[in-house]
Write a protein that binds this ligand. Sequence first.
Ligand SMILES: Cc1cc2nc3c(=O)[nH]c(=O)nc-3n(C[C@H](O)[C@H](O)[C@H](O)COP(=O)(O)OP(=O)(O)OC[C@H]3O[C@@H](n4cnc5c(N)ncnc54)[C@H](O)[C@@H]3O)c2cc1C
Length: 423
Amino acid sequence: MKVAIVGAGLAGLSAAYALRERGVSDVSVFERREGPGLETSYANGALLHPSLVEPWNSPGVFGELLRNLGNEDAPALLRPHALPSLLGWGLRFVRESARARYLANTLANLALARYSVAQMPALRAAGVDYSHHATGSLMLLRDGASLQAAQDWARALAPAGRRFERWSVEQAVALEPALAPVAGDLAGALFNPEDERGDAYGFCLGLARLLTQGGVALHYGCDVRELRWRQGCVTGLIDGQGRSHDCDAVVLAAASHSPALARPLGLRLPVRPAKGYSLTLKPPPTTPLPRIALGDATLHVAVVPVGEDRLRIAGTAEFTGHDLSLNPARIDNLKRLLARIYPEVLRNTPESAMTPWTGLRPMVPDGVPLIGPTRVPGLYLNTGHGHLGWTQATGSGCLLADLMTGKEPQIEPTRYAPARFRL
Ligand SMILES: Cc1cc2nc3c(=O)[nH]c(=O)nc-3n(C[C@H](O)[C@H](O)[C@H](O)COP(=O)(O)OP(=O)(O)OC[C@H]3O[C@@H](n4cnc5c(N)ncnc54)[C@H](O)[C@@H]3O)c2cc1C
């Protein structure tokens, strides 16, 4: 089988690796950028987090989005100009927030996240180095009621494998002394032993190297303009220079750009961009770098050490189409939030040692990725991972490759099947 993959982010590269591992000899990846992992997979939250797999449509969230119209400090922000592109998508988003669906979608994400993280040691053994630390993460809670609610929810997921420990503020500070200045603002924490941290971009670079060594062709600077099909079956693709590339199967892993490529084949992929921001700080060596990955449930951000000398704060969601401009108000907001977690790191880091970034999470309305075949023969999807694309990358690649090669999938595939959207 000759397979062409569109997109060299976490999703595309992971799929390429898994296909190659299953003996598919002819795999090519087409990427419009000059290298791998340069879009959404570049400076994300750096966290593999089976602890945080809930879709974003918790009951009531759409009302919150509407209330926050125009509020630059809101964790989730809807821009009015993006509304038309979100109409049908938004209705499904709201429908999926019914409690039973929300729980089912959370469980689907949890299964895939745990499966995915379990695949990572094999990749490290194969030589992919991404500054990995399996030291767990802390979710901070700032009031007693939120702490209790977080614990109750985590306990409800425990039968599905969610592991956690409730910690006091003293325990949290003992693990991460850099939290001492804000200890008085905290009510407690959940410690999540299964979470890991690591540099997603480093992972993409390492995986791309491994793919090249394994004979996978990586075509950079190659913008896929359209898919080719004959008698209803996909037969190849056409790049920006008008060159035609034959194949037996195409995998769309082009994040929120996937819908544009699928549309001419009659498939309306429900994947929309949800813009997020990160700020990476390189504090001076005299400022001790926090060692533990943190989430803050009240502030809706993650603060994660990256490599040996950087700290990254990431979060916020903005529905504003494919706009990738860096909004200074959103960056300032991240700084203010960081000041409530690690005030000293922020104070001691000069502006010149802070790197802002923004990326577009590919979001599906039910919050569960699209993995598997479509009703168009030869066309497969591996996209729509939203805020979970790093956590679920490797497992998604394995699941897709099993489906494509006729192997028995290691996790139940229908929950991720594009068919649930009649695709
Ligand atoms: C602020 C932020 C923080 C995040 N934090 C985390 C986290 O801590 N943990 C986690 O699990 N996830 C996190 N995520 C989500 C995660 O980063 C994404 O889900 C993941 O990167 C998506 O990977 P992808 O391969 O689907 O997309 P991308 O990395 O965007 O890859 C798609 C690729 O397709 C290419 N492409 C598009 N169109 C074409 C075309 N026509 N021809 C050729 N190439 C094309 C693009 O150039 C791009 O390289 C975060 C996201 C953001 C924005």
